[in-house]
Design a protein around this ligand. Structure first.
Ligand SMILES: Nc1ncnc2c1ncn2[C@@H]1O[C@H](COP(=O)(O)OP(=O)(O)OP(=O)(O)O)[C@@H](O)[C@H]1O
Ligand SMILES: [Mg+2]
Length: 262
């Protein structure tokens, strides 16, 4: 059963962002409900990462509002946004390479929470999240020695260790094999089911997104051009032609199990 509820965690209202003369986000409206898993897709340069940056406080919008649990959060610094419950997983993790895996996750426990636990409990917490992402045997290793995939998992564990109510994930799967992708989609589902964390997930790998999420939001040139269930998006002619390319219908249809359904 989906842990999604009707309560709205995040609401972006008419968010606009410009870089000089370039409009990168144009009056974007977006809602994320508690426990939901939302895919954010769109071509290169559509504004996906910029939207995550605005939500997480790394960038300020030129106009519009970002609300989290009914509270206006644009204008807050990024560390304050983390403590309110919005975690962020970057495409290229920014970790401390000379610290161990566990120490990196401890940073999340001790500095990312509004009320950090005592040191001993913090260590237990760090291990709990390392186990969740499948890195339990690696806690003493230096992060600098890990491969790219393992670093992403450390970053995910670090973000979870801040106890977010919502996780922003930017392209977790680039460069992964199908088997590895399957592992990540299973993990994201488990995170939202076990922890009840809502996930706003940017990904280029369409099959992974469409087979996993509750809802898809499509961004193009900074504007939301489609929004709906994976089935609706996979059959939306505009989305298919503009973003998935011709021939994608068959590929998606076969993958999603609705080939020939329209
Ligand atoms: N700091 C910046 N200064 C100027 N322009 C920027 C800046 N950051 C992003 N842009 C521009 O804003 C647009 C949207 O970029 P963004 O990184 O949000 O796209 P994206 O959808 O994440 O793309 P990708 O799929 O390639 O990651 C692009 O045209 C990009 O060149
Ligand atoms: Mg991006």
């Amino acid at each position: 059963m989906s842990p999604q509820s009707e309560e709205i965690l995040l609401r972006c209202c008419e968010v606009t962002k410009r870089f000089g003369g370039l409009v990168v986000l144009w009056e974007v409206n977006l809602e994320v409900r508690r426990g939901s898993l939302i895919g954010l897709i769109g071509p290169n340069g559509a504004g996906k990462t910029t939207l995550l940056n605005v939500i997480s406080g790394l960038l300020q919008p030129d106009s519009g509002r970002v609300e989290f649990l009914g509270r206006l959060i644009n204008g807050l610094p990024a560390h304050a946004v983390v403590r309110l419950g919005i975690g962020r997983v970057l495409q290229i993790p920014r970790l401390f390479p000379h610290l161990t895996v566990e120490e990196n996750v401890l940073v999340g426990v001790l500095f990312g929470r509004r009320k950090p636990p005592a040191r001993e409990e913090a260590q237990e917490e760090a291990r709990k999240f390392l186990t969740l992402v499948g890195l339990e045997g690696k806690h003493r290793e230096r992060v600098g020695k890990l491969n790219t995939q393992e670093k992403r998992l450390v970053d995910l564990a670090r973000a979870l260790a801040t106890e977010p109510r919502m996780l922003l994930v930017d392209e977790l799967m680039s460069g992964l094999s199908l088997v590895e992708m399957e592992r990540y989609t299973t993990l994201l589902r488990r995170i939202r089911e076990q922890l009840g964390v809502a996930i706003l997930w940017v990904e280029h790998v369409m099959e992974a997104i469409l087979g996993t999420v509750d809802e898809v939001v499509v961004l193009d040139h900074g504007a939301v051009i489609a929004q709906g269930s994976p089935a609706e998006i996979a059959q939306d002619p505009l989305v298919i032609e503009a973003y998935l390319g011709t021939g994608a219908r068959e590929v998606l249809g076969a993958h999603m199990g609705y080939a020939g359904s329209s």
